[in-house]
Design a protein around this ligand. Structure first.
Ligand code: NAD
Length: 382
């Protein structure tokens, strides 16, 4: 249900840190959503954001009780995602949350069940698969450009966070690690293209028992213990029969692996970094040279971020705009809680398999979200 006061979906942001600036700025792109208030555990941070974007700063409780707020946009840290989203649903608000949906599949299931029981919509980042490259890849897959997908690879590899993040310790404890932090982008894109995952096998190690913080800040030149695997290689078996290698590592200085490649009975498809909305998708038909599909001139594909000197496409908030339209049309949002829950189940299964060294079934399943058609994508713009 929308607030009585206006036709637009009234948004209240909870969590006014780093990523909130992207959402707050991008909100103006979309015609059916309206920023109304923001809140943070730190009132000063909320007041700063409110003054920057011309909205009201309120307490979290006041935001949840505010009749002008139809949807709570949860941009808090992962450990707070469940509590804030559950409270918002309990207060009768629709929810869109940053990733991951929750830090355990058990909590994720509770959120999905609560939203369903209250007939509220629950959406979750990432919405990058709705960007220009994600839509292009999905159209090619749906058109049968590579035939039946047989195999593929997905790699998220880097050196981790301690070289740039002043306070990186939490990334290296249970609930953190490269699978939970970055896995949602890769796995959501794969499920969008290939459908649900049935079973996983994984091996998980850590390249270093301790890490040295070299970033500027209060902890510079101090070390901390690593409490979770930082190097995970996994095999994903999709219900379709496709099998994909997914590697996520913070123990890699440099590499040449493509973010995602899929290979089918008729050809091969190469995708750009799924943490962005743009980039180039490439198709090889039966071994021919790669044909490139650039996103630059496509909707939600042009470089717009960082704002001072854009080098990538960042249209976070697109998933919220799609959810808003879903509310009007009586359909499910594409970046749905169900999809995020399936991704959470896959991530949990990967880590469980890494521990047990046995394959782990992913019990729940999900439908592939329907392709976001170009005319509908355009109609979301203000
Ligand atoms: N920073 C990025 O580039 C980025 C990119 C994509 C996704 N994300 C995701 O966005 C989320 C937030 O990341 P961030 O980098 O903005 O973190 P951040 O630490 O900069 O901001 C989080 C904010 O949430 C507030 N907060 C924490 N617990 C709260 C609570 N219980 N109630 C109210 N406010 C609370 C904090 O005070 C802080 O201002 C994370 O889930 C992260 O995975 C971040």
């Amino acid at each position: 249900m929308r607030g009585q006061s206006a036709a637009k979906l009234g948004i209240g942001v909870v969590g006014c840190g780093n990523i909130s600036m992207t959402y707050l700025r991008n909100a103006a792109l979309f015609g059916e959503v309206e920023l109304r208030a923001c809140a943070d555990i730190s009132p000063d941070v909320a007041a700063l954001r409110a003054s920057e974007y011309g909205i009201r700063a309120v307490s979290v409780d006041a935001l949840l009780a505010d009749p002008e707020i139809d949807l709570v946009l949860n941009l808090t840290i992962p450990a707070a995602h469940f509590d804030i989203s559950f409270s918002a649903l309990s207060a009768g608000k629709h929810v869109f949350t940053e990733k991951p949906l929750a830090t355990s599949a058990r909590d994720g299931r509770r959120l999905v069940a609560e939203a369903a029981e209250r007939r509220l919509l629950l959406g979750s980042a990432p919405d990058t698969f709705l960007g220009a490259a994600g839509r292009q890849a999905r159209r090619l897959m749906d058109d049968g450009a590579i035939g039946r997908a047989v195999t593929g690879t997905a790699f998220m590899m880097g050196r981790g966070m301690e070289h740039w993040h002043p306070n990186p310790q939490f990334y290296y404890q249970p609930g953190g690690g490269p699978v939970f932090d970055m896995g949602p982008y890769y796995l959501t894109m794969l499920v969008n293209l290939l459908g649900p995952v049935a079973r996983v096998m994984a091996m998980a190690t850590r390249g270093q028992e301790e890490r040295l913080i070299t970033a500027e800040g209060p902890y510079r030149n101090t070390s901390f213990k690593v409490g979770t695997p930082t190097n995970i290689l996994s095999l994903l078996e999709f219900h379709s029969g496709a099998t994909v290698t997914f590697g996520a590592s913070w123990d890699v200085f440099r590499h040449s692996n493509h973010p995602i490649e899929l290979h089918g009975t008729e050809g091969s498809l190469r995708l750009p970094d799924p943490d962005t909305f743009g980039g180039t998708v490439s198709l090889s038909e039966r071994g021919a040279d790669w044909a490139d599909f650039s996103s630059e001139s496509e909707l939600y594909g042009a470089r717009n971020w960082p704002y001072a000197a854009p080098d990538r496409a960042n249209y976070r908030m697109l998933g919220v705009a799609d959810l808003s339209r879903a509310l009007i049309s009586g359909r499910k949002p594409r970046a749905s809680g169900d999809l995020a829950l399936h991704v959470l189940e896959i991530m949990e299964a990967i880590l469980a398999s890494g521990e047990s060294r046995e394959s782990v079934a992913v019990n729940a399943t999900v439908d592939q979200p329907p392709l976001l058609q170009e005319d509908e994508a355009a109609s979301l713009l203000a």
